[in-house]
Design a protein. Structure first.
Length: 277
C-alpha cells in the first residue's frame, strides 16, 4: 500500500482501527456491541491484526485499555510487526495509561476525542495544554482526537503543542455537547451521524499544516444500512475516493472491520489500493 512518512516512520495511508474489537458499535440494530465482543476474542483480534499485516496495512490505531494491550503483547510475542498508535483510555488516569501504552513501544499517542472535546467546550485550555505536554513527555508523536472542526482550527491558530490531529468526519458532539464521554459515564448511546458533516471536517483537515488521521469514514457503518456486500462495494470505493481527494498527501485514513461474516479487510484494502494507485 502507499505510505507516507509519519514522524520518522513509513506508515500506510490506510490504517486499521479497533472499535469493533472493543464492541463499540454504531449499528446496534445490525451488529450489536455484544456480538462484536463475543466474536473478537483475544485470539481473533490477533488473527485480524496479522491479516491486516498480510494485506499490506502496517499500522494499527489501538485503544489503550487492558484487553487491547494484552492482545498487542500476544501479537508482538507471535511476531507481529505493525506499527502501533494509541488512543488514550479515559477511565484510566492519563499518566498511568501512558506507562501502559509505552510497554508495547508505540510510535504515536493521541488524547481520546470525546473527553478532549469536552475540555474544549468547557474552556479548560490549561488542562488541554498539560495533557498534551504529558503525552509529548513520553517521547512519541502526540495528538488529540476531535469530532469538531473548530477544535482543529483553534489548535492551528494558537499553535497548540499537538503533532497531529485525529479527525472524525462526523460531528458526534452535535448532540453530545457538554456531555461526558460514554467511556466515563458508561451510559449506552446510539449516535446518529449526519451526511452533511464531512465537508466541514475536510475543510479543517486541508487547512491544517499538521498531519491528520481521519476516522469514521463510513459513519460507523451507518452508510451501509440494509446493504449486502456487493451493494457496499461501489459505496466503499466512492468514500475512499472522497477521502483521499479531500485530505492532504501527508494524511491517513483509519477504518475498523468486523470480520465475522466476510473478509472486510481484504475487500477494503483491495478497493483502497485501486483508488490510491
Amino acid at each position: 500500500m502507499k505510505t507516507v512518512n509519519f514522524f520518522g516512520s513509513e506508515v500506510t495511508r490506510l490504517i486499521i482501527g479497533d472499535n469493533p474489537f472493543c464492541g463499540h458499535s454504531y449499528i446496534e440494530n445490525e451488529h450489536s456491541g455484544n456480538e462484536m465482543m463475543d466474536f473478537y476474542t483475544a485470539g481473533k483480534v490477533v488473527e485480524t491484526l496479522f491479516r491486516a499485516e498480510e494485506y499490506g496495512i502496517n499500522a494499527y490505531m489501538a485503544l489503550a485499555d487492558g484487553f487491547i494491550i494484552r492482545c498487542l503483547r500476544q501479537y508482538r510475542n507471535e511476531g507481529g510487526k505493525m506499527k502501533i498508535m494509541f488512543q488514550s483510555y479515559p477511565p484510566v488516569e492519563l499518566e498511568t495509561n501512558l506507562h501502559q501504552m509505552m510497554s508495547v513501544d508505540p510510535i504515536a499517542i493521541y488524547h481520546q476525542g470525546g473527553t478532549f472535546d469536552l475540555l474544549f467546550e468547557e474552556g479548560r485550555f490549561d488542562m488541554i495544554s498539560k495533557r498534551l505536554a504529558l503525552i509529548k513527555s513520553a517521547g512519541v508523536a502526540a495528538g488529540f482526537g476531535t469530532h469538531v472542526p473548530e477544535v482543529i482550527k483553534k489548535a492551528e491558530e494558537e499553535g497548540w503543542e499537538a503533532d497531529f490531529y485525529m479527525a472524525c468526519l462526523y460531528n458526534a458532539r452535535r448532540t453530545q455537547r457538554g456531555m461526558q464521554s460514554g467511556f466515563i459515564t458508561g451510559k449506552p448511546k446510539q449516535l446518529v451521524f449526519y451526511p452533511e458533516d464531512p465537508p466541514f471536517m475536510y475543510e479543517a483537515v486541508r487547512a491544517a499544516k499538521k498531519p491528520c488521521i481521519v476516522f469514521k469514514i463510513f459513519a460507523g457503518g451507518q452508510i451501509f444500512t440494509g446493504m449486502n456486500d456487493e451493494e457496499k462495494k461501489p459505496i466503499i470505493k466512492k468514500v475512499f475516493e472522497d477521502v483521499y481527494t479531500h485530505i492532504k498527501p501527508i494524511d491517513l485514513a483509519c477504518i475498523g472491520v468486523f470480520q465475522k461474516y466476510s473478509d472486510q479487510l481484504k475487500s477494503n484494502v483491495g478497493i483502497c489500493d485501486g483508488v490510491l494507485g
